[in-house]
Design a protein. Structure first.
Length: 331
């Protein structure tokens, strides 16, 4: 069995960015249902931070990274949707994209349209598929129609800027929150109907003002602990609270009984990996995302690029809220 060598970023134990180590790893041939892919660019996401810190426990040692784009080098038995030489991109379990070369399950890897660059492909898969399932699949009772208000926290981040543009294309009035005036301006520029700087304004009071006291049909929240309580109070009756991250820490336990007096609210905790659990759903979501990007409805903004060896600095900047849009590691 032939072996190839790849540089990779790995952690031996949970902790801070200093745990990220550049190592050489051996990469073999793909087995049934697998491919070997040579990366051209790798995406960085907050879930990488959660796995590094231990908030999302994973077996150690761990090669981090959930998305990338590159060229298929070898295809295992039973894989029919990809062939050697295909340009491809993915957001996928298990982690391991922080590397030059890897063997991985083929089911979540999609052919990348020629019109989309490797860098864009690496930056857009996890964040773009997340925006897709939130706005198209994680819906309040009765769905969302043009003109409806939704609240989206961290609107200037990678997922947020994609969601702002996609919501505008769908005719939704997205109210975006961010932590600075510059980030608010960025969200507005990308399609948010309204923006709120939550570090200087009370976002609950502003949401009530914007919606004439009615509240929003859905809140999409990746911030977690810091925004949870007020977000529930932003919802209209029968509204949906969709939690999909914990950037400020996990949400504290709460009594379901509080949801009744607040308007018979719905609460859900979403993860991309439930939505891309099958080959068919992965491809359908990716096709929708690719169409949104190639049509120009959604532009993928890459604001930070770091060499693979500088992954620790990339994590520091992400955690310090110094980043906007998408961040990639280059090879």
């Amino acid at each position: 069995m032939s072996q190839h060598t790849s540089r990779a970023i790995r952690i031996e134990q949970n902790g801070g960015p200093e745990q990220l180590k550049l190592v050489a790893v051996a990469v073999g041939e793909p087995g049934p249902g697998e491919i070997r892919i040579r990366h051209h660019a790798v995406g960085l996401n907050f879930i990488d931070v959660y796995q590094r810190s231990g908030l999302y426990p994973m077996p150690l040692p761990l090669q981090l990274g959930m998305e990338a784009a590159g060229v298929v080098e070898a295809v295992g038995a039973g894989v029919s949707h990809l062939k050697v030489g295909d340009r491809a991109a993915y957001a996928s379990q298990p982690p391991g994209s922080y590397c030059e070369l890897r063997v991985m399950p083929a089911k979540c890897v999609c052919r990348l349209p020629d019109a989309i660059s490797f860098e864009t492909g690496a930056a857009m898969m996890l964040k773009g598929l997340t925006a897709q399932y939130l706005l198209k699949r994680t819906l309040p009772q009765g769905g969302l129609q043009a003109g409806d208000f939704v609240l989206f926290h961290a609107a200037a981040g990678g997922v947020g800027l994609i969601a702002c543009q996609w919501a505008r294309a769908l005719g939704l009035q997205l109210i975006g929150t961010a932590g600075s005036d510059a980030k608010c301006a960025l969200a507005k520029q990308h399609g948010a109907a309204f923006v709120i700087n939550y570090s200087s304004e009370d976002f609950l009071a502003r949401v009530k003002e914007i919606t004439a006291g009615k509240g929003v049909k859905a809140v999409y929240d990746s911030v977690g602990k810091d925004t949870w309580d007020k977000s529930l109070d932003c919802l209209a009756p029968f509204g949906l609270m969709a939690s999909f991250g914990n950037a400020s820490g996990p949400v504290a336990p709460f009594a379901p009984g509080i949801l009744g007096p607040k308007g018979s609210l719905y609460v859900t905790r979403q993860t991309l990996f439930s939505h891309i659990g099958t080959r068919d759903s992965t491809q359908a979501m990716a096709d929708d995302l690719f169409a949104a990007v190639t049509s120009g409805q959604v532009t993928i903004r890459i604001d930070q690029r770091y060499p693979l060896a500088d992954a620790a600095q990339a994590h520091r900047d992400l955690e310090a809220r110094k980043t906007t849009g998408c961040t990639i590691l280059t090879l």
